[in-house]
Design a protein around this ligand. Structure first.
Ligand code: IPM
Ligand code: MG
Length: 361
């Protein structure tokens, strides 16, 4: 039996994860999904409970699980802790411990939410792009790193951008493979005009392209990619890029869709094991109020079903249930607009469960 580790985390994490768990329970009870679930702690919650953001017990549970569903980590309460104890470190540590090198961040615009975007509807209508971000290498993990004091007494901060050919090739392969299932276009984003590391990146992507003659590969400098994402985002199908560039571009891409509260993500290892989380953060300002949008977490569960459990059919059902509640006009505060019905976190989760139950088996 497949095992799912649930890590609610901090802030709104527990509230939104609870709604995804409702959906998961419905799939178990009504749709024959055979899974076991366990709960663990990570981030600030783990610091409070154990003194560490990624405790040994969580590492063990995560290692034994087939997939991890995560809420969000972080909050002002833990910001003054030493760097290695901060919640974000827990997130980076679990990515690294599980070798989750491939981060898939789709940005899809639901037609009914076109008004929520800050861009004109005609610019974003029909948007469907996938950012493939390298997640366990690059400047996030490169050594040496730190803050040192120079001989003249001045302090100096330094980090290292480093990618080996094999690291570039394996993330490139994910991009090409997923492009084959979609629009067959890959844009590799780099800064090859300045950074040697990404000159190599470009070279390796180019050599991979020979293995995928059906996929059209293009290259773009990251500054231009940021501009093009805002100017004409529909030109993209799959974007593949480094850890840091992917971090930045995926926030920009998320905002094209109007609400970061709608977007799921998957972080996968070589064998399809993965961690799934909404791309938004822990939103401490609204934590505990029952108003957060649980849809990104529910859609993350759909990705989990598809990529780690091989349950594409059930994944589709969950996605259709989410589309249905949007079409019904239900909106949490972050995506609310005139004429729609404002609902809270739990009511939104219940509506998705109801939409799931309405579907024909
Ligand atoms: C993300 C986040 C994380 C990152 C932070 C919280 C460490 O911004 O998942 O995009 O930078 O990767
Ligand atoms: Mg980020």
């Amino acid at each position: 039996m497949k095992r799912i580790l649930i890590l609610p985390g901090d802030g709104i994490g527990p509230e939104i994860v609870a709604e995804a768990v409702k959906v998961l329970e419905t799939l178990r009870r009504e749709f024959g999904l055979a899974v076991e679930t366990e709960q663990g702690v990570i981030g600030g919650a783990a610091c409070d409970a154990t003194g560490e953001p990624f405790p040994e017990e969580t590492r063990r549970l995560a290692g034994a699980a087939d997939a991890v569903l995560l809420g969000a980590v972080g909050g002002p309460k833990w910001e003054s802790l030493p760097r290695e104890l901060r919640p974000e470190r827990g997130l980076l540590a679990i990515r690294s411990a599980l070798s989750l090198f491939a981060n898939l961040r789709p940005a899809i615009l639901y037609p009914q939410l076109a008004d929520a975007s800050t861009l004109r509807p005609e610019v974003v209508a029909g948007l469907d792009i996938l950012i493939v971000r390298e997640l366990t290498g690059g400047i996030y993990f490169g050594e040496p790193r730190g803050i040192r004091t120079l001989e003249n007494g001045e302090r100096q901060g330094y980090n290292t951008l480093v990618y080996s050919e094999s690291e570039i090739r394996r993330i490139g392969r994910v991009a090409f493979e997923t492009a084959m299932q979609r629009g067959r276009r890959v844009t590799s984003v780099d800064k090859a005009n300045v950074l040697e590391c990404t000159e190599l990146w470009r070279e390796v992507m180019e050599s991979l392209a020979a293995e995928y003659p059906e996929v059209e590969l293009s290259h773009m400098y990251v500054d231009n990619a940021a501009m093009q994402l805002l100017r004409a985002p529909r030109q993209f199908d799959v974007l593949v890029t480094t850890n840091l560039f992917g971090d930045i571009l995926s926030d920009a891409a998320a905002m094209l869709t109007g609400s970061i509260g709608m977007l799921p993500s998957a972080s996968l290892d070589q064998h399809g094991k993965g961690m799934y989380e909404p791309i938004h953060g822990s939103a401490p300002d609204i934590a505990g109020q029952g108003i957060a949008n649980p849809l990104a977490t529910i859609l993350s569960l759909a990705m989990l079903l598809r990529y780690s459990l091989g349950e594409a059919e059930l994944a589709g059902r969950v996605e259709r249930a989410v589309e249905r509640v949007i079409a019904q006009g239900l909106r949490t505060a972050d995506i609310h607009s005139e004429g729609c019905r404002r609902v809270g976190t739990a009511e939104m989760g219940d509506a998705v469960v109801a939409a799931l139950m309405e579907q024909e088996r």
